[in-house]
Design a protein around this ligand. Structure first.
Ligand SMILES: [Zn+2]
Length: 246
């Protein structure tokens, strides 16, 4: 009945493993079969060598329907399905560069790469929760309402999609972006867009039926060069400058 979805998960696991987005037993994948059932990778299997018949069906509370033991991270998946009715598939992985940012506690640069702003808006870091716990599942509830890709602090990344291909490709795109961000960092740091330039990308997103770029993804005033000062601060700066000229 869900043979197609099971086959797609097995293929995606092999693909993620081959592309270096997860290593061996790491990560997990799920697909929403219908309003009551989710098909997920089993716990403790090599994601590059899964067989379709190994996949596990669970209900929305995580109870197994049939046989097998679902992924240890099933709570994370269930929380996301609960928050987002539009999500049909979820990929959790540990792509090395993006996870490097999550482990270093560094945000990926906001409003810096056109493709990323268009695709994701930006990629926030969800607070740390120990793997497989309700704390981890709860840490993504709020940000996943707005974002399709998240970093998990000191852990990895999660991407969602309308279908499995979209969720998996978003994981690859996230890692690609993280690699670009790292190169930009080495070369002196990413140069941020202005708010107007983000507005322009946001309009393009909306024209293609996507949600506008979330407010949180706009450059901070100090990044864009649009520094806001109070009148007193401005007067103080001018007074300092005049003093220096004298
Ligand atoms: Zn993980």
């Amino acid at each position: 009945m869900h043979a197609d979805a099971a086959g797609a998960i097995a293929t995606t696991g092999r693909d993620l493993n081959n592309r270096g987005l997860l290593a061996s037993y790491e990560g997990n994948i799920s697909v929403r079969l219908d309003a009551e059932r989710i098909l997920a990778t089993p716990t403790g299997v090599h994601k590059g060598r899964m067989q379709p018949e190994e996949m596990v069906v669970v209900d929305t509370t995580g109870s197994v329907i049939g046989s097998g033991a679902a992924s240890s991270e099933i709570k994370l998946h269930l929380a996301i399905y609960e928050e987002r009715a539009d999500v049909g598939a979820i990929v959790h992985a540990h792509p090395p560069t993006a996870t490097g940012y999550a482990v270093a506690g560094k945000e990926l640069p906001r409003a810096a790469l056109a493709e990323t702003v268009a695709l994701f808006g930006c990629v926030p870091v969800a607070p740390y929760g120990a793997p497989s716990t309700t704390a981890l599942a709860d840490s993504v509830r709020e940000p996943v309402r707005t974002f399709d890709a998240l970093l998990l602090a000191n852990h990895g990344a999660v991407t969602v999609g309308g279908d499995l291909e979209q969720a998996a490709e978003r994981m690859a795109q996230l890692e690609h972006f993280a690699q670009i961000a790292l190169v930009a960092h080495v070369l002196g740091g990413a140069k941020s867009f202005s708010s107007g330039q983000v507005d322009e990308i946001s309009r393009l997103r909306e024209a293609s039926g996507e949600r506008p770029v979330p407010a949180a993804c706009y450059p901070a005033a100090s990044e864009s060069g649009n520094i806001t000062l109070t009148r007193e601060e401005l007067v103080g700066l001018i007074a300092d400058a005049v003093r220096r000229i004298r």
